[in-house]
Design a protein around this ligand. Structure first.
Ligand SMILES: C[S@@+](CC[C@H](N)C(=O)[O-])C[C@H]1O[C@@H](n2cnc3c(N)ncnc32)[C@H](O)[C@@H]1O
Length: 345
């Protein structure tokens, strides 16, 4: 697959120039579901998936009781703070954040125009970008805060490394990056379910999708050398109606159980078409798995990884040094003839 082509154009967020119109010609249908062509994204992009994402957004809001973990509340209340939501999807997070922090400017990018195209708040803009193919079409150090959520089934492990380097690049020095992801990791007891979970994980890895992505995100941020302190927060979320009533865990568990089953339904096509399952087998496996989660009170997990950019990357420093020495030599070229003229006058 194509990778790392240069962006066709570099944009400035909220620059008051019209952004290119969205291209809707990037979808195709398989077995009654709508997909984005030419990407590694395993999930469909249709009403059922949007409803699932919306539901997921609400559940995790109740788990964390906030939209983000980075210490940027004051920054977001400052006029003109620039925020980027990478792979914003239908943009629930972007839109809610934009109304909570009206002085900040929000940019949502996604490979598919599934964000609101026509009606949106004044402090929000959307741009269609395939980050894996072109990277981010912004200069280094552009955004004060870059957020990315639920891409576990969107990128291969190689894509992740590139995407993280891009997110780190466009974040300003002193700004924050933040990722929110789930790991496919459950403390299963039953032998059949254990075997089936390993089979699912094996199938994902065969497609170069890493099911336990949170440690990798930390590793790839660390490898940029610009984020010396990386914070990693985790919440264990019940997967059935057995949570207690404190903090609503009972209700959260019930809803979480629903979205896990719903996610399994939405990824089913790929599992049947590209992995080693047939439909009946997949449905039976999912039933068994859901029963096990509920019976044995097994927790799901959700991670937030965030960090402050303290320095620039070596490439950025090299680029700047190169530009500076280029300017200096150009400048001295202009100076020399003057001296020459002086000497011989
Ligand atoms: C599971 S959705 C999450 C949406 C949103 N971040 C949220 O939390 O509600 C993943 C999103 O990533 C987008 N995506 C997948 N591959 C992408 C790529 N190569 N470039 C940009 N966006 C991509 C998909 O179109 C989809 O909207």
């Amino acid at each position: 697959m194509y990778r790392h082509l240069k962006p066709e154009k570099i944009y400035k967020p909220h620059d008051y120039v019209p952004l290119p119109p969205p291209n809707f010609d990037i979808f195709h249908y398989r077995r009654g579901r709508k997909y984005i062509s030419g990407v590694n994204h395993l999930l469909p992009v249709d009403d059922s998936e949007f409803d699932r994402i919306q539901h997921q957004h609400n559940i995790y809001y109740h788990v964390w009781k906030n939209h983000f973990s980075s210490p940027i509340r004051e920054l977001l209340k400052t006029e003109g703070t620039k925020v980027l939501d990478v792979g914003c999807g239908p943009a629930m997070w972007t839109l809610e954040m934009a109304s909570l922090y009206p002085k900040s400017k929000f940019t949502g990018i996604d490979v598919a125009p599934i964000y609101p195209v026509e009606i949106k708040p004044l402090n929000v803009e959307f741009l269609q970008v395939n980050i894996v193919k072109h990277g981010l079409p912004y200069d280094d150090n552009t955004f004060d805060y870059v957020f990315s959520r639920f891409k576990g089934f969107s990128y291969t492990i190689k894509d992740w490394k590139f995407v993280i380097s891009e997110i780190c690049r466009v974040c300003k020095i002193g700004g924050y990056i933040e990722f929110m992801e789930k790991d496919v990791k459950f403390d299963i007891k039953n032998d059949f379910t254990k075997k089936e979970l390993s089979r699912f994980v094996r199938n994902l890895r065969r497609k170069s999708i890493e099911p336990i992505i949170s440690p990798k995100i930390e590793q790839y941020i660390r490898e940029t050398n610009n984020f010396p302190v990386i914070h990693h927060e985790k919440r264990d979320v019940p997967t059935g109606e057995w949570g207690d009533n404190e903090y609503d865990t009972y209700k959260i568990g019930k809803s979480n159980n629903e979205i896990i089953r719903w996610g399994a339904e939405n990824i089913k096509n790929i599992m049947i078409e590209e992995c080693d399952y047939d439909e009946k087998e997949w449905d039976l496996t999912v039933d068994e798995f859901m029963r096990e989660l509920d019976e044995h009170h097994i927790y799901d997990n959700i991670h937030r990884i965030f960090a402050k950019k303290e320095t620039e990357s070596k490439e950025e420093v090299c680029k700047r040094k190169f530009n500076f020495s280029l300017l200096r030599s150009l400048f001295s070229c202009f100076k020399k003839p003057k001296k020459f003229i002086k000497k011989y006058n």
